[in-house]
Design a protein. Structure first.
Length: 208
């Protein structure tokens, strides 16, 4: 069963991608943009402009393990092909759960489909720092999210105390349709419309 987050609690962040952090953040650079990336991802290009091929290349980038997805006889190859390549919800439903590698070993795939108005900035940063890429659907097209640009902002004074707030400025994306400069795409929250983001899909595979 897939999981889709919905808005409701105060820490679910929507438009500004902002979240509060501890007032004792140590070793942080305040008031300067910092970029973090998922390292060692393969640079893959879809075989064609067909949405299914784009999805397969994007999933293979995120998992970066052809035995899991989406090499020949991979655990998720058939499920990925059966999914609606234009629907993160359907992709999550097809991939979430137990699957078998080609040698019979079971794995569990967690596929969490997150609505655009429930995207959590803290989770995004933690995800990238933990070397996990994700899928994002923007303008009805699926991209690989492989990095973020954010800034630590300090507020308060010596009397009331200070606190740190992290603001995500940009989402760094790959468009697997292309292998040239068009591959690098940036969602900039100051200039791009969040309402055109249909959602995000967090994916992880682990031995069962």
């Amino acid at each position: 069963m897939s999981h889709r987050s919905t808005p409701g609690s105060s820490f679910l962040l929507a438009v500004a991608f902002i979240f509060a952090v501890s007032s004792h953040a140590q070793g942080q650079v305040f008031n300067q943009d910092q970029a973090i990336f998922v390292r060692n991802l393969p640079s893959l290009t879809a075989r064609s402009q067909d949405p299914s091929d784009i999805l397969l290349a994007s999933l293979e980038t995120v998992f970066h393990d052809q035995d899991v997805c989406c090499g020949r006889n991979s655990a998720l190859g058939d499920s990925a092909l059966a999914a609606d390549a234009k629907s993160l919800k359907d992709i999550a439903e097809k991939l979430d759960g137990r699957h078998l590698l080609s040698d019979g070993r079971p794995i569990t795939v967690t596929a969490k489909d997150v609505a655009a108005d429930a995207i959590n900035g803290g989770r995004l940063i933690a995800m990238v720092m933990n070397e996990h890429a994700a899928l994002i659907e923007w303008n009805s097209h699926i991209y690989v999210l492989h990095g973020v640009v954010y800034r630590w902002m300090e507020s308060g004074d010596s009397t009331s105390g200070t606190s740190g707030t992290t603001v995500i400025h940009k989402l760094l994306l790959w468009d697997t349709r292309f292998s040239d400069s068009r591959r690098e795409v940036v969602f900039d929250r100051t200039t791009d419309d969040l309402s055109k983001v249909q959602g995000m899909l967090f994916l992880q595979a682990a031995p069962q």
